[in-house]
Structures are given as C-alpha cells and as structure tokens.
Design a protein. Sequence first.
Lengths: 130, 176
Amino acid sequence: MAIAALITWLVTALGGFVMLGTWISRGGHRPGGSTRLSPGLVFTHFVLAAVGLVVWIIYLIAGGDAWAWIAFILLLPVALLGFTMFGRWLSSRRNDTAESRFPMPVVLGHGLFAAVTLVLVFLVAIGVGD
Amino acid sequence: MDDAVERLRAAKRPVTPLAGWYGHPLHPVLVTVPIGAWVASFLFDLASHVVAEPQFLADGSRWLIGLGVVGAVAAAMVGFLDFLAIPGGTRAFRIALVHMSLNLAVTAAFALGFVLRAEPEAPVPPGLIVLSGLSLVALTVAGYLGGALAYRYGVRVADEATQASGYRTTTTTPDP
C-alpha cells in the first residue's frame, strides 16, 4: 500500500507540474500577472507536497512510523491549499487568467489522485495492511 | 531588444525564491548529495571485492544509494522550478528537457538498485555494479548538459552587469 501511495503521489505530482508549467508560461508568477492563484498559494502548495514526497520516500527506504505520520500531516495543509485553489480556479476559469488554460481532465485527475494518495498515506500511517 | 536576449533574461530569474534567489540557485547545491552518495556507493561496491570482510561495504553501499535517491528527488523539485524558467522552443529548453529526462531515468535506475539490494550480498554481485556504473555514465552525460545550461547558456546565472560588480577595484586609477 505504501508503494501504491508513492505511485499515486507521483501521478498527482505530474498533473501538478503540467499546471504549474502552464501557469508560469502564461506569466501567472510575475507581479501583476493575470491570475487569481497567488504565487504564495501555488508555491506553498508545491513545496509542502514536494517535502512530503521526499519524506514518503525516506519512509519507504528507512521505515519508521513517524515518517509516515509526518508525510500525512504535511499533506493536510497541501489539501487545504489545493481546495482553495480549486475554488478560485472554478470562479476564474471564464476570465482570461493564466489558470484558465488548465485542461479540465488534468485538474480533476490531480484532485482525484491527490485524494487517493491522502487516504492511502493515512491507512499506512495507522497501520492498515501491516 | 533582441528576443533571444529577452528570453535569456527570463531564464536567469528564479520563478520563485524557493528555487534560490537571483544568482544563487538551489539546484546546484542539492545535486551534490546524489552525485556524492552514488559515486561513494560505486566505490564501496568495488571495494567490496578487495577487502577481507566486505559485508559492511555492501550494507553501506545500499544506504548510500537510498540517500542519493532522496537527495535526487529534492534536487529534482528545485531543478524543475528552474526548468520552468526557460522559455520553450529554444535550444536551452531542449537541452534542459534531455538533462531532466536522463536524471529522472538515473534516479529510477538507482531506486531499482536499492530494491534489488534488499538483502545486500557481499561482495556486491557484478550485475548490480554494472547497473550502478551505467547509471553513473548517464549521470555524467546529464551533468555535462547541466553544466552547458549554466556555463554556456547562463540559466539561473546572474547577468554580466551583476558579474562585473565583483571586479571593481577599490583603488581608483587617475585619468591620463
């Protein structure tokens, strides 16, 4: 189950990279750029998810329940920020913002795989499947 | 201004301070971890065929591979941010794409090596040493391309006006 979580985490990251690339190439990160997703929101989400992924790989390599719990706790603000951005994306989609170019399947797939990852990481942390 | 120069300027700026500030990228700092760990692991593999009781080298080699994978993922995250700073459709972008793909493949190969060494055998079997050796060759090619991006094409390197500020002398030369 821990490996399954790694795979869904990597798939989620891939979707995130596609959106981040689109957003940056449209100038969303520049001051005064046309976006409703602030750079602080985007990059905090990115860095917490990235640190979480590194922690998860440490858990897979070295073991130790604490690592699994740290990864899970890191994912909570990531999910909260993700939901916030999803809400803003929905309302800014019709305007000509940097994020209006995100393909719908990538946004939905990113959210779906993220949710599955969160559940799998929680199940591993509480010891299901040991 | 020339479009190419404008695109070069974009590639010099971090997309976020998380990737390191202007003129101080984090990616070259973090890549030292996987490079050092994986090279040391390879040397441990070779040494395991030389010393009398090689089990500690086989065990150590596996841990170094794991440490390198963790460092590589961290380096990849900030490297990806620098990748996004490079405008698409350019030679620099294509080199960065190959650099990234090679390094991801190398990281996957070392992750596979880590799994295959679940119960480290000493001396380290030749097949595993070959896997590490080939991965290091690919890592060298990827590193060469990374060097080209920084030193030839100036990705995330401060502009020449900033560089020149480090060469002003404190003594003033009298006008002739």
